[in-house]
Design a protein around this ligand. Structure first.
Ligand code: FAD
Ligand code: GLY
Length: 376
């Protein structure tokens, strides 16, 4: 019997982040990953830390959590880089949202007014100010919103750093090991069922990303209401003198596209948002949807070599907000449903879910995000 171990299901930013903090607190932690490491949504992500630009249509409570996590990111970065002994390419150049056509400017203005009403820190820019900030943008750029507090990281580097930090703190990773279900006895989580047998644990954390619902019922709890939301994104290599320096969101003839430049010259251009189940095929339709507006807003893009086409499955909950903290099953905890913002939410998820496992209590910060809200 090895019941003094904490078991984590899933090796993405959520599972690794919670695992790192628990291992650092001196706990024995075993993380199960069904696939090879580095294959989940985390390694496809654009790494933007952008609650204000991203969450415009979401609930205000999600925006609040995103802003809280953004506030924590710099300290989180410092601690993670120190423990992993590597950089996660945190860049604090802010985020620009540019509009190109007349209707796009009207839509951007509405967004800006909403943001101001909500008390967000954004600045309206004329077309010339927008182009001055990013001179390679097309002359069609007619207006912009600048957010000086929304930054970015290299999400794949964050994932890599979490693997290193977790292992350096004594965490154990078992990849190619799928968890079939969570074992519950008398209303209490006691272990996980693997293909080859049972592993017992003192607490179980479900962090299985888009696959979290496939674990099925967990005692009296219905399966976690999480669906896969397909995202396609491509990466090009910028020249030594980069075309753009900060994250740019664009609204061009009604199409949204974003560009996230990394310090090593990669430029990520994304992303589709598709309800296609677990399908991960790259498609020509997605290429057209992303490339046409991207090349029109940034004409120099046409000349750049394409180096990667990524497809990932975002874990979207029924209300698109994360599912965090303890559940009504004793010793069962959730860290899933992070949808479009799992990298942004990394500090809050790592810190608050690990604290919930250690204390058995859910903090006020994550109380509105419990699984219970779906069980009523
Ligand atoms: P994952 O990283 O998918 O990890 C879950 C892991 O669990 C997987 O490796 C899976 O194999 C494993 N697993 C599943 N089931 C089992 C099982 N039964 N047993 C064992 N292992 C299992 N977020 C941002 O904050 N900023 C962005 O700019 C951003 N851009 C994005 C762009 C795209 C194109 C996509 C697709 C996503 C983007 N996201 C972004 C969202 C972000 O990537 C996700 O919210 C986040 O990575 C989710 O992390 P996770 O750990 O829940 O899932
Ligand atoms: N957060 C960017 C995306 O999900 O595409």
């Amino acid at each position: 019997m090895e019941r003094d171990r904490i078991l984590i299901v899933g090796g993405g930013v959520c599972g690794l982040g919670v695992g790192w903090k628990l291992a650092k607190a001196g706990k024995r932690v075993v993380l199960f990953e069904k696939a090879p490491l580095r294959t989940g949504a985390t390694w496809v992500s654009a790494g933007m830390l952008a609650p204000q630009m991203e969450l415009k249509d979401e609930e205000e409570t999600v925006l609040r959590l995103g802003r809280e996590s953004l506030r924590r990111w710099k300290n989180y970065r410092d601690e993670l880089e120190a423990d992993a002994d590597m950089s996660v390419d945190y860049r604090d150049d802010g985020t620009l949202f540019a509009a190109f056509g007349r209707d796009d400017v009207t839509q951007l203005r509405e967004l800006y007014e909403d943001q101001i009403r909500t008390g967000l820190e954004v600045e309206w820019m004329s077309g010339s100010q927008t182009r001055e900030m990013e001179p390679c943008l097309s002359r069609r750029a007619s207006a912009g919103i600048y957010s000086s507090i929304e930054h970015q990281v290299d999400a794949a580097a964050v994932g890599d750093a979490l693997i290193r930090a977790f292992q350096k703190c004594g965490g154990e990773i078992r990849d190619h090991t799928s968890v079939e279900s969570v074992l519950i006895e008398d209303g209490c989580a006691v272990g996980v069922q693997l293909e080859g047998g049972v592993e017992e644990g003192s607490a179980i954390v479900v962090a299985a990303g888009a696959w979290s619902g496939l674990l099925g019922e967990m005692g009296a709890l219905s399966p976690a209401p999480v669906r896969p939301v397909k995202g396609q994104i491509f990466t090009v290599q910028q020249p030594k003198e980069p075309l753009i320096r900060r994250v740019i969101w664009a609204l061009l003839d009604g199409e949204f596209v974003y560009l996230a430049p990394k310090s090593d010259g990669r430029l990520m251009v994304g992303a589709t948002v598709e309800e296609r189940g677990f399908d991960t095929q790259p498609t020509i339709g997605a290429a057209l949807k992303l490339l046409r507006p991207a090349c029109e807003m940034l004409p120099g893009l046409r000349e750049l070599p394409m180096i990667k086409w990524g497809v990932g499955l975002r874990p979207g909950s029924r209300d698109n907000a994360p599912i965090l903290g303890k559940t009504t099953v004793e010793r069962l905890f959730m860290a899933t449903g992070h949808y479009r913002n799992g990298i942004l939410f990394a500090p809050v998820t790592s810190e608050e879910v690990s604290a919930a496992v250690l204390t058995g209590e859910t903090s006020e910060t994550i109380a509105p995000y419990s699984l219970e809200r779906f069980q009523k």
